[in-house]
Design a protein around this ligand. Structure first.
Ligand SMILES: [Zn+2]
Ligand SMILES: [Zn+2]
Length: 345
């Protein structure tokens, strides 16, 4: 019983932690807290260990590497391995529909395809050859993206909505963010693949959670477990209750219940992130623009400790031209979009 409470506490903590990080990442509070935490640790941890940790964190988050790509595939492999090894067989015994059981595999194939495409597609890297073309695609708003700016690293003129990626060391047109899970920037040419990848990953986690829950509920109903009785610590007979039932299932199918907890937390986090990504797509904003725009809009907010001086005026999104137009801009093949823009000039 203690273990079950600890497990539920761990799941709740994981979920709350994820949500708090998402909310606090908009403010400088989190950065301040991290800095203060690092200061405290610097008194406790030896200097050589601190240097090694800094090098490791720099390698992990500030250089291109396949650590998170491998972790992604290992986690996906473990979840699908458990599904194939135990759940699929049990569900077949309980006469679940085969189409229902094969759905997670179909989602996996589509997801892995778009995962690979997102990893290997050029995100729209700005070079000397395409610099002029990109300069004419979007209007300069003179607040977030002023005209005639140059990237000091690449020595190229900066088109509106572009940004230099510090991890990959190149400028990307319509830069969204650098994603460690695909080890690539997300920009104008791979955002559509990234969104489909995110959608199928969320659908896959939700489907897996539904199949696991259905299996456990079905098992309880078929075996009439809720009608059984158990002997408590004082030796008295007690009617089966929900807590004891969950504990019983946890002890009988530990891997399945643990996996269910994992995919449920993952489903909540992915659903939240998918909603945010779809909101950005529908309003024609990039993560970079949303973050920097909110920063200026919130300059009077007490949660923000520092007032930015680079953008004195409030940022207005000038690129949104209605829902369908915004979605078409993302999902229409890139060359068609630029050809259409060319005709308008
Ligand atoms: Zn650059
Ligand atoms: Zn990058």
């Amino acid at each position: 019983m203690d273990f079950l409470v600890l497990f539920l506490f761990y799941l709740a903590l994981l979920l709350i932690g994820g949500v708090v990080i998402c909310i606090c990442s908009k403010t400088h509070r989190l950065k301040g807290l991290v800095r203060r935490g690092a200061q405290i640790f610097s008194y406790i941890i030896p200097e050589c260990l601190q240097r090694a940790m800094r090098r490791f964190l720099h390698y992990l988050f500030h250089s291109r590497n396949y650590t998170f790509v491998i972790l992604h595939l290992v986690l996906q492999g473990m979840v699908y391995g458990e599904y194939t090894w135990e759940i699929f067989g049990y569900c077949q015994e309980l006469e679940f529909s085969l189409y229902y059981l094969l759905l997670p595999y179909l989602l996996l194939i589509v997801n892995l395809f778009f995962f690979t495409v997102t990893c290997i597609t050029n995100p729209a890297i700005i070079t000397k050859a395409n610099e002029l073309l990109f300069l004419q695609v979007y209007e300069f708003d003179e607040v977030m993206f002023p005209k005639n700016m140059k990237c000091s690293t690449c020595d190229l003129r900066k088109p509106a909505r572009s940004k230099h990626c510090g991890v990959c060391n190149w400028c990307v047109h319509r830069f969204d963010h650098h994603c460690v899970w695909v080890n690539n920037c997300i920009g104008a040419w791979n955002i559509r693949y990234f969104l489909i990848y995110l959608l199928t990953l969320t659908a896959s986690a939700v489907t897996m959670a539904i199949v696991c829950t259905t299996f456990l509920v079905h098992l309880v109903l078929v075996s009439d477990l809720y009608e059984e009785a158990y002997i408590d610590d004082l030796g008295h007979f007690q009617a089966m209750d929900t807590v004891f039932l969950v504990e019983y299932l946890f002890l009988s199918f530990p891997r399945i219940v643990f996996m269910l907890g994992f995919v449920m937390v993952l489903s909540f986090l992915l659903c939240g992130y998918l909603c945010f990504a779809l909101y950005l797509a529908a309003t024609n904003q990039t993560t970079n623009e949303w973050y920097r725009g909110n920063w200026t809009r919130c300059q009077h907010c007490p949660l923000v400790a520092r007032v930015p001086s680079a953008m004195p005026q409030a940022y207005q999104n000038i690129h949104s031209h209605g829902l369908w137009s915004n979605l078409r801009e993302i999902f229409l093949p890139a060359f068609l979009h630029y050809e259409r823009k060319k005709k308008e000039w």
